[in-house]
Design a protein around this ligand. Structure first.
Ligand SMILES: Cc1cc2nc3c(=O)[nH]c(=O)nc-3n(C[C@H](O)[C@H](O)[C@H](O)COP(=O)(O)O)c2cc1C
Length: 174
């Protein structure tokens, strides 16, 4: 039985939903803790055998808390089985949905010293009705630029859950 930490950075909760799915897969025979980075930024990762970090993109960036967490835990992360994944809507496009082809994940990797052993990128969700006026207008514009859906009354979930499940199995195997 491995002790696994899945720690996530989210704004609207979709990265948490992905982590819950990963947890349900990895929980088979393992002890899995699911933690919000914003709630426990200083969590001690020493007791864990494996650490998985998930983070979403907003306005082109992962949150500063993700950089801070990785910086603080760099040495400890390298001593464990580890993985990192990013959630963004650009990943709905087939040519941008792998760790090698997703621009946000690539840019992120260039900014951190840590080299995660396992990487993934998942397409996120656009929930227009839940956003305030400013965010709704901005993300509609971003989607329009990328030829995505812009109906402000609708919710669009682009996540490939089979891909999430596959990553969950990789976490078990790593
Ligand atoms: C205001 C806003 C800005 C966003 N900016 C980007 C962006 O620049 N690029 C992108 O690919 N996705 C962008 N997204 C999409 C999010 O990454 C997507 O909604 C994701 O599922 C959010 O995950 P979370 O709920 O865990 O925060 C944006 C979403 C919102 C609401």
């Amino acid at each position: 039985m491995a002790k696994i930490l899945i720690i996530y950075s989210t704004t609207d909760g979709h990265t948490r939903s992905i982590c819950e799915r990963l947890q349900s897969i990895a929980a088979n025979g393992n002890d899995v803790d699911l933690v919000a980075m914003a709630e426990q930024p200083d969590i001690d990762i020493a007791p864990y055998d494996k650490v998985v970090i998930g983070a979403s993109i907003r306005y082109g960036k992962h949150k500063p808390e993700v950089f801070d967490f990785i910086k603080r835990n760099h040495a400890a992360l390298e001593g464990k089985a580890n993985a990192l994944f990013s959630v963004n809507v650009v990943a709905r496009k087939p040519e941008k949905n792998t760790p090698e082809t997703n621009p946000y994940l690539q840019k992120f990797l260039q900014k951190i010293a840590w080299k995660p052993d396992n990487l993934a990128v998942f397409a996120g969700k656009i929930d227009y009705p839940r956003y305030g006026t400013f965010d709704r207008t901005m993300i509609r514009f971003i989607m329009w630029m990328g030829k995505g859906p812009t109906d402000p009354t609708q919710t669009f979930e682009f996540t490939d859950w089979d891909k999430v499940d596959e990553f969950g199995r990789r976490i078990v195997a790593m």
